[in-house]
Ligand binder design. Structure first.
Ligand SMILES: Cc1cc2nc3c(=O)[nH]c(=O)nc-3n(C[C@H](O)[C@H](O)[C@H](O)COP(=O)(O)OP(=O)(O)OC[C@H]3O[C@@H](n4cnc5c(N)ncnc54)[C@H](O)[C@@H]3O)c2cc1C
Length: 333
């Protein structure tokens, strides 16, 4: 019998995040290369988020089965309840590989779950390949200066978490017919949940979730002064995108911290990432290299950002951006 790959997707208030769809794509790629069976699981409660509807949405994709792991005690989220529920699921329906998005929530419970099952977790993975029948997962080390291929021993389940933007959500293959959905009611006895969840942290009103943005205009120190950020804002508005920045811009307080891209900021993967006056330090690149199309404007033709840019524009951004805004406006009518 073929081994099984299980993708555990993440929902909040009835909606899957994009990196969950990306993780399903990763699962489909691995399943195609290994010939293993691909399944998915949605965890939560029907009275809370209505996980049956999410399970049905996932079941439309190309996979063999979807489990709706249900208990009223799974919402609000606690690491104790999630680890306990997934352990029960995996005991009933063993999987060799369990793939998850590398979110804060998964980081919170996956070490506990892997330890409970005395197995391995490989975190923050950006790629996969199979070599002589061995599965190798790629993860970055030393702020992205090196990459390491990591494998696992034993029969699993091996937990693997995927970094935002490693695979493309829009590449998820639809199934020929809806996959069957099996509801797995889990028992979570009294005393299991030791955490007392507080209200879910909500960012300040103006905060933006850049991970969901399709177009990002990002500014670096080349913008020179705070007042010039308005130029980038005009370009972002014309394109219908969001404004982001390298760390020095946020450190200066020119833009709020939640707009910072990079190893100590957000990891994004928009369709278009426009870098204005950003040198391309490794700590910045690790946060945006998954972007589908990277356009960089920099006056230094040797700037490292050009090594990963799809379109390299060598020149002064103050000469290039104003006519670009006009052209975008014209094109949009
Ligand atoms: C532990 C740690 C964590 C870090 N985390 C992050 C992080 O999360 N995100 C992050 O971004 N950085 C991070 N950094 C900082 C990082 O190392 C770089 O210092 C930073 O990314 C540089 O920002 P920059 O590209 O805007 O500035 P610079 O490196 O100064 O580059 C400015 C660029 O603008 C160009 N330029 C200047 N004038 C113009 C002009 N008129 N037109 C066009 N181009 C022009 C220059 O040629 C240059 O390439 C971190 C550093 C450390 C040590």
């Amino acid at each position: 019998m073929a081994d099984t790959i299980l993708v555990v997707v993440e929902q909040r208030e009835g909606k899957l995040n994009r990196v969950s769809w990306e993780t399903i794509t990763a699962g489909q790629v691995i399943a195609a290369q290994t010939g293993w069976t691909l399944e998915a699981a949605v965890v939560g409660s029907n009275s809370g988020s209505g996980i049956a509807a999410i399970a049905a949405e996932v079941a439309a994709k190309k996979l063999a089965k979807v489990y709706a792991v249900e208990s009223a005690r799974l919402e609000p989220y606690t690491p104790d309840a999630f680890a306990y529920a997934l352990q029960q699921l995996l005991e009933k329906h063993p999987a060799k590989l369990v793939l998850m998005p590398h979110t804060y929530q998964v980081r919170d419970f996956v070490p506990k779950l892997a330890t409970a099952l005395q197995t391995t977790a490989i975190s923050d993975v950006i790629g996969f390949r199979s070599e002589a029948g061995k599965l190798l997962f790629t993860r970055q080390m030393f702020q992205g200066k090196f990459v390491a291929d990591v494998s696992f021993a034993g029969n699993g389940p091996c937990f693997v978490t995927f970094q935002n933007g490693s695979y493309r959500a829009d590449k998820v293959e639809a199934g020929a017919a809806a996959a069957p959905v099996e509801t797995v009611n889990v028992e979570i006895p009294d005393g299991i949940i030791r955490n007392k969840p507080e209200e879910v942290f909500k960012e300040a009103k103006q905060a933006v979730d850049l991970t969901q943005a399709e177009i990002i205009v990002s500014v670096g120190r080349g913008i020179k002064e705070q007042k010039n950020i308005d130029l980038a804002k005009q370009l972002a508005d014309a394109l219908g995108g969001e404004l982001a920045a390298s760390r020095p811009i946020c450190d200066n307080g020119w833009l709020p911290m939640d707009r910072q891209i990079g190893s100590s900021g957000q990891t994004v993967a928009p369709k278009l990432y426009l870098a204005l006056g950003i040198s391309g330090a490794i700590q910045h690149i690790v946060g945006m290299k998954g972007s589908r199309s990277i356009v960089a404007i920099n006056k230094d033709s040797e700037a490292p950002i050009f090594e990963i840019a799809d379109y390299a524009i060598v020149g002064n951004l103050f000469d290039i951006v104003p006519p670009l805004i006009e052209e975008v406006k014209k094109a949009k009518g």
